[in-house]
Design a protein around this ligand. Sequence first.
Ligand code: CS2
Ligand code: MG
Length: 402
Amino acid sequence: MRIADARVIVTCPGRNFVTLKLVTDDGVTGVGDATLNGRELAVAAYLTDHVVPALIGRDPARIEDTWQYLYRGAYWRRGPVTMTAVAAVDTALWDIKGKVAGLPVYQLLGGRSREGVTVYGHASAADTDGVLAEVARFTGQGYRAVRVQTGVPGLPTTYGVGKPGIVYEPADAAIPSEAVWDTERYLDHVPRVFARVRAEFGPHLKLLHDVHHRLTPIEAARLGKSLEPHALTWLEDPVPAELQEGYRLIRRHTTTPLAVGEVFNTIWDCELLIREQLIDYVRATVVHAGGITHLRRIFDLAALHHVRTGSHGATDLSPVCLSAALHLDLAVPNFGLQEYMPHSEATDAVFPHGYRFADGYLHPAETPGLGVDIDEELAARYPYQAASLPVNRLPDGTLHSW
Ligand code: CS2
Ligand code: MG
């Protein structure tokens, strides 16, 4: 068997997605997500110009060798664009391998380790009454875990609070829109919101919160301590993690569990965080961390150090990535939680898939491979639309992490 064709498909059913579709000379196909929010065309070009020509004629069964070829062979290693392109190839090859074996991919990863993949929903609102109503809506749908994001009095917008009733999408303009951020107002307000949520929903509902890279370590320590009475399951991305050892300071001050890593693209981005147990959940993903092959390595390192998985799963990761994530989530021994932001109907139509939500779990398809595809004819009806993520500024205009 040989790879006979490789198509890079850019589509925009409400938001941009990039998908790699491989076709073997036997007609077996495999798909991989190559979406990098706001940088989609960079990955599409990397695949088209630098990867696809070298794939044609390769043996699709050689997943590890192809991964090493694309990683070591690139010379310029790591980085989100490179590793998203590598991820797309890797994911598509696992899809093909499952189809050739006649097995869902989780069976190739060691088989089922749990009955379902526990996911968390996203309760968000501008004010606390709205947050409580949203938490009730998700618990009413059977979610066992809920992320809570809230508006901050005095700030016009903040991360994670979308417009009611529409799928959350932060990439809202071709040229980055600009938001204002005020750490002091945020640190003052958030603990009060969680006090009300805990009082309303009791001690057992898993509650999470995403700080979205906006604090310094000592500010994160302060927030973690102030949230300890409310026993969060995780506090996410409290501090930008390029300085992994910066998390030692947070760890010294608070027992609030930490989840980091949705922007990581290799094991080297989180090796110290994991080895020193500075985090409790690693959020790396199939689409941005080199595919199933590399993400499995990250998860195995995490398992040695009491760190659980908590993969990112926002709507800018396509149903192809989510399908692949669920196979890993089902098989790895140290699964924690899977983020689940349901896609729009238009997106689900472009990416027919077999995963389903029931009783707070996602269940992957039992069909051979990943259980997802792309409807190329429908995808062609949605041309790319330039869209960038926002930027953030402090009240004095200083550029801050978004
Ligand atoms: C967020 C994401 O889901 C999350 O945890 O951090 O929504 C993130 O803002 C987007 O994926 C960025 O494209
Ligand atoms: Mg996040």
